[in-house]
Structure formats: structure tokens, C-alpha cells
Write a protein that binds this ligand. Structure first.
Ligand code: UD1
Ligand code: CA
Length: 484
């Protein structure tokens, strides 16, 4: 680290910064009844924790973000490694308060730390900034984001201080669901699981947390009473949108938030110029991009990092995963596309299957029951019916007849097929790779091609037809005679 007297330290560049975000992500998620850590369960195609990290990254650089991990820590770390954030290990999960005790060394040098929950995925950068600014402006020791959801069950309830008979913005205590007594359960205002702390008072008093509660855990929420007793200021700030603070504790909540996010995503796309008919039947992941005037029909799934251009039509029951689709592309019903590129004006389907590494050229056609894998189809080329194209380089203006098969696998190795520009492959050809069909060449229908075909040649690889005149009527006569 730079010496405190150095120029860069003075300008604050090499300092850890004054503001950090810690994300609680160590819990197992018992209520999900899963072997997978809770924060890696997905909504809108992305782990819960990834949603929270994305919001945090809009507020601070990744080096100021600390995810506190514990249960299956390595899996969580791996899943989020590309974000560049830091990880702190909470070896034993002894509660949300304990998580912050374990992160003391990582966090204590920041002036303010904002704590988010890894299982509250809809939280937005705007709300994070609002809590930070409110906390700073009021010089509070702790600020709690609160909400009033229509059903407060499961959340910790907020009890505010009364000052001169009036409810103030100071909080007296938080009571967890299991500890609610008498009418306390009627309290609608809940703890959203997001806090700002001044680190000095936090770490001066966190050691006093006790585990005398229903779960025998160190509750972070008990900091309210502890700080209050120490004469520190603990404030509540109500969220402007209570749906942002929904937590995921069960698979039912997981499905609800997934639906909510997808609904939101569809609305964003529609407002930006994409037509989506019956959007509630479509599944569109958070990171998908779609251009204007593209029409998405009912029951379409757009998954992962899929990017679709303008003026396309994606017809019903197509599932498109991590693909790049150009402009003016028509995808007829029932196509399955994965890790592939489809260029401008191409037409697919119905029922085309593009497996990883397919690249369908401009204006090219791929028809029904055609499967491609690591296959490039040049501009204007066509493979319209019942075909398998694997490990194939196909030039421009090529016609691949119905039922054509590239025999790319010899039982041990994969081999490539090259078909040059303008070639014509007759129906039901089998092309035994490695093989090259030259420019403008013809392959006769029903051929089994085992040797390269030079440019402009005709290749036939089939038995000659034998025709026996009168054979059928002679046979019928014989059978009649035998009385059969
Ligand atoms: C917590 C709050 C509750 C609030 C709710 C909002 C406490 C005691 N209660 O309850 O007041 O209304 O969130 O969603 O904090 N975690 C760790 N280490 C642990 C335990 C938990 O990192 O030892 C993480 C979990 O992975 C999770 C987060 O902390 O991401 C919250 O834990 P969870 O058990 O879900 O708390 P809630 O019961 O929802
Ligand atoms: Ca929770």
C-alpha cells in the first residue's frame, strides 16, 4: 500500500475508499431444501447474488464490494469470480451479526459500510444510493431500510421510538418473526435486510451481540438496541418501492420474484420498441437484448446473453440460448438455438436445431428438422429439409438437398466437410468426412461420397438402377396358379 504521505494517497486514489458494500451470502438457505447454496439459485437466468452484485457495482467499484461467503463458499466464489469483487469467509454460519464480525478486518478501515442481503435480489442502485446519502446526511451510526409489504410474515419488524408522543425516524428495536409477542405481529413495517453502518460504532459494539434467541444466532438486527443503549443514532428510511426488498427464503418466493423480473424485463423491451405478444408466456433473461420492431410471439424463451437485432420475428415455442441474431431474421416455430450466430435476413425453421458453433450466413435458409453443429453456412445457402451438418464449412449459394448427412464422426475422431460456393448437393447424399466438394460441383441424389469432388464436376456414388420389365405381373400370375 502507498505511504500515507504519498501524493496518490493524499488524493485518495490508493486508499481503500470511504465507502464499502458488504453482501451477506454465507447462509445455506435451509428453507429452500436444496444442496445448492441459496444465493446461487437463479431468477431471470442469473444467480440471486449476481443480481445484488450488479446493483452494488453501479454504486462502487468491485474492489470495494465484499461478499461474505460460507456455505459452499468455493462454488459461490467461482460463480461470481468474473465480477472482480472480494470474498470474505465466514467459516461457520452463526448469524447475520456473526457474518459482520468475521468481516471486521476487511471492513474496519472504511468509514461507512453498506450491508446488503444476497437473497434480496431486486434491490436497485438508486435505493442503495438513497440509503447511503440519507445515512451520511444524518450522521447516523446505523440506518435501516424498511418497507411495508402487504404480508409482513417472515420479516423482522421495526419498532420506532416515540418522541413527545409522535413516531420518530429513530428505531428502538427490531423483533424477528419468531420472537414476536402479543400484538407485535400486527406491525407492518419490516426490516428490508439492508443497512448502512458507521464502521466505528459498529465494531466498537458488535462484540456485545448475544445468541439468546430462537435460532441461537448472532442477529445483526440486535445492533439496533445495542447502539441505541450506547447513545448512538439508529434511523429508519422507508423504501419508496416495497417490491424492491422482497427476500427469497422459499422456492415459492423464488418463482414469484422470477416472474416479477421477467415481467419487468418484457415491459422494458416493449417500451424500447419490441413487440411481445402475451409477454407473460415468454421467458426473457435479464441480460438479453432485443432490437426495435422485432416481434416475439407467445411461448418464446430467450436465454443467457442472447442478442437479437431489429425487425426480426421469433415465432412461438422457440428457445434461443446465448445466440447472436442479426436484423430481419425469421425464426419459425419450434426452433432450438444454442451458442450460435444467425446473420441478417436468414430464415430458420420450423423445428431447426442449431447446436453450438453454428453460423448461419446472410439470407441463408435452414429448414425443418435440420441439425447443425460447428457449421458455417455462407450467404444465401440453403439446407431446407431433414439434414445434419456437423463440422462443416459451407460457402455461398450452396444448395443442400433434403436428407443430406455429413458423416463427421468415425467412432474416434471428428472430421470436417467443406462445400465450396455454388455447389449443389442432391437429396439424400452422405458426405463421408474429411471431404471437399469443389466450387459449382454437383453431387447426384442418393450418393455416398467418399472422395473429394473437383470444381464443376458431377459426382455419383450409388449403384446403377436395374429394371426388370414385366417382373411384377409374372409374379402375380405365379401366385394365382399356386392358389395363394
Ligand atoms: C433477515 C433479518 C430480518 C429481515 C430479513 C430481510 C436477521 C437476524 N434478520 O432475516 O430482520 O427482515 O433478513 O430479508 O438478520 N447469512 C450469512 N451468514 C449467516 C446467516 C445468514 O451470511 O450466518 C446471510 C444469508 O445467506 C442471507 C442473509 O444473510 O443472504 C439473510 O439471512 P436469512 O437467514 O435469510 O435471514 P432472514 O431470516 O431472512
Ligand atoms: Ca432472507
Amino acid at each position: 500500500m502507498a505511504k500515507p504521505t504519498s501524493k496518490s494517497a493524499k488524493s485518495g486514489k490508493n486508499k481503500p475508499g470511504r465507502f464499502a458494500i458488504a453482501i451477506l451470502a454465507a447462509g445455506k438457505g435451509t428453507r429452500l431444501k436444496s444442496r445448492r447454496p441459496k444465493v446461487l439459485h437463479e431468477i431471470a437466468g442469473k444467480p440471486l447474488l449476481a443480481h445484488v452484485v450488479a446493483a452494488a457495482r453501479e454504486v462502487v467499484p468491485p474492489q470495494n464490494i465484499f461478499a461474505i461467503v460460507g456455505y459452499e463458499a468455493e462454488r459461490v466464489r467461482e460463480a461470481l469470480a468474473s465480477t472482480g469483487i472480494n470474498f470474505v469467509l465466514q467459516r461457520e454460519q452463526r448469524g447475520t451479526g456473526h457474518a459482520l464480525m468475521e468481516a471486521r478486518n476487511a471492513l474496519k478501515n472504511f468509514k461507512t459500510v453498506l450491508v446488503l442481503s444476497g437473497d434480496v435480489p431486486l434491490i436497485g442502485a438508486k435505493t442503495i444510493k438513497r440509503v447511503r446519502d440519507f445515512h451520511r446526511a444524518h450522521r447516523a451510526a446505523m440506518t435501516i431500510l424498511t418497507a411495508e409489504p402487504s404480508d409482513p410474515t417472515g420479516y423482522g419488524r421495526i419498532f420506532r421510538k416515540q418522541v413527545k408522543g409522535k413516531v420518530s425516524n429513530e428505531v428502538e428495536r427490531i423483533v424477528e418473526q419468531k420472537s414476536l409477542r402479543g400484538t407485535e405481529g400486527e406491525q407492518r413495517e419490516v426490516n428490508a435486510g439492508m443497512y448502512a453502518f458507521a464502521t466505528k460504532p459498529l465494531y466498537a459494539h458488535i462484540g456485545k451481540l448475544k445468541t439468546d434467541n430462537a435460532h441461537h444466532e448472532y442477529y445483526l438486527t440486535d445492533m439496533v438496541a445495542l447502539l441505541g443503549k450506547a447513545g448512538e443514532k439508529v434511523l429508519a428510511l422507508r423504501a419508496s418501492d416495497s417490491s424492491e426488498v422482497f427476500g427469497v427464503n422459499t422456492r415459492i418466493e423464488l418463482a414469484e420474484l422470477d416472474a416479477r423480473l421477467r415481467d419487468q424485463k418484457a415491459r422494458e423491451l416493449m417500451l424500447a420498441g419490441t413487440t411481445i405478444f402475451r409477454p407473460q408466456t415468454c421467458d426473457i433473461d435479464a441480460d438479453v437484448e432485443v432490437g426495435p420492431d422485432t416481434v416475439i410471439e407467445p411461448f418464446v424463451q430467450l436465454i443467457g446473453k442472447t442478442k437479437i437485432g431489429a425487425d426480426c420475428r421469433i415465432r412461438s415455442y422457440s428457445v434461443i440460448t446465448n445466440c447472436e441474431i442479426g436484423d430481419g431474421v425469421l425464426i419459425r416455430p419450434g426452433c432450438i438455438l444454442e451458442d450460435s450466430v444467425v446473420r441478417n435476413g436468414a430464415q430458420l425453421g420450423p423445428y431447426s436445431h442449431l447446436r453450438p458453433g453454428s453460423d448461419i450466413g446472410e439470407g441463408a435458409h435452414v429448414g425443418n428438422f435440420v441439425e447443425t453443429k460447428k457449421a458455417r453456412l455462407g450467404k444465401g445457402s440453403k439446407a431446407n429439409h431433414l439434414t445434419y451438418l456437423g463440422d462443416a464449412e459451407i460457402g455461398e449459394g450452396v444448395n443442400v438437398g433434403a436428407g443430406t448427412i455429413t458423416c463427421n464422426y468415425d467412432g474416434v475422431n471428428k472430421h470436417g466437410t467443406t462445400i465450396e460456393d455454388g455447389a449443389f448437393i442432391g437429396s439424400d447424399a452422405t458426405l463421408v468426412a474429411p471431404i471437399r466438394i469443389g466450387k459449382g460441383a454437383y453431387v447426384g441424389a442418393g450418393s455416398c461420397i467418399t472422395e473429394d469432388v473437383p470444381a464443376d464436376a458431377l459426382a455419383l456414388g450409388r449403384g446403377r438402377q436395374v429394371t426388370k420389365e414385366g417382373w411384377a405381373s409374372e409374379r402375380r400370375a405365379k401366385l394365382d396358379k399356386a392358389g395363394k
